[in-house]
Design a protein around this ligand. Structure first.
Ligand code: URA
Length: 215
């Protein structure tokens, strides 16, 4: 798919997300936060859910966790324009509570489409919720984030040549200074993937939830 086609598909998806009422989070959101960045990026990052600032601005990672995330990107010479950034949930859970399983189920079809269209070489999962979902989607045995952070997982070739890099959520650095060093260390793995050649297209099947978000 050409870069232009990818942009169009992501734009159409954004329109669908903006009117989504698949779970009750639409009742309390100010804005949806579909995600943003290079629709043809080699590297995609997936966070958990919008917080207060993201809900107000309609953009991912614009609060304190976003400041940490920008520093992490900067530590490997990446900018937001070079990556694609989105979340498991596209709407803020009230009070920043954890996403509920029915909310995740309702929402991940749109994430599946984002992964299919952007077709990244590497997915960095930020925190437990993104890691759990992506590990399950790509057939990686579930694991505690503390056991897998910063490691590279090659997925089964039937899913395409995609690598998964689980990371602690950047928000941990806002309340646990000791985790900051680990986050920065773990993040350096992305140096390996920057500027390498684009891989071939993934062959994974459409999921049923993805079909409902079909463009
Ligand atoms: N935390 C997330 O997981 N995502 C955001 O967009 C902001 C904070």
């Amino acid at each position: 798919m050409s870069s232009e086609e990818k942009k169009l598909k992501i734009e159409k998806l954004r329109e669908k997300i903006s009117i989504c009422k698949r779970c009750s989070l639409f009742e309390t959101r100010t804005n949806v936060v579909p995600g943003e960045g290079d629709c043809d990026a080699d590297i995609m990052f997936i966070g958990e859910a919008p917080g207060r600032n993201e809900d107000l601005k309609g953009k991912p990672f614009v609060g304190r966790a976003g400041d940490v995330f920008d520093k992490l990107l900067d530590s490997v010479g990446l900018t937001r324009e070079q990556i694609y950034l989105c979340n498991i949930l596209k709407c803020r859970p009230p009070g920043n509570r954890n996403p509920l399983s029915n909310e995740i189920k309702s929402c991940v079809g749109s994430l599946d489409v984002q992964i299919k269209v952007v077709d990244p070489k590497v997915i960095g999962t930020l925190g437990n919720f993104a890691t759990t979902y992506i590990f399950e989607k790509f057939g990686i045995p579930s694991a505690k984030i503390s056991a897998v952070a910063g490691k590279v997982f090659d997925v089964d070739p039937s899913f395409g040549q995609i690598k998964i890099v689980p990371l602690f959520h950047p928000a941990v650095a806002t309340y646990n200074v000791h985790k900051t060093d680990q986050l920065i260390n773990d993040f350096q793995i992305f140096n390996k993937f920057i500027g390498s050649k684009k891989r071939s297209v993934a062959k994974n099947e459409d999921t049923s939830s993805q079909m409902e978000w079909a463009l």
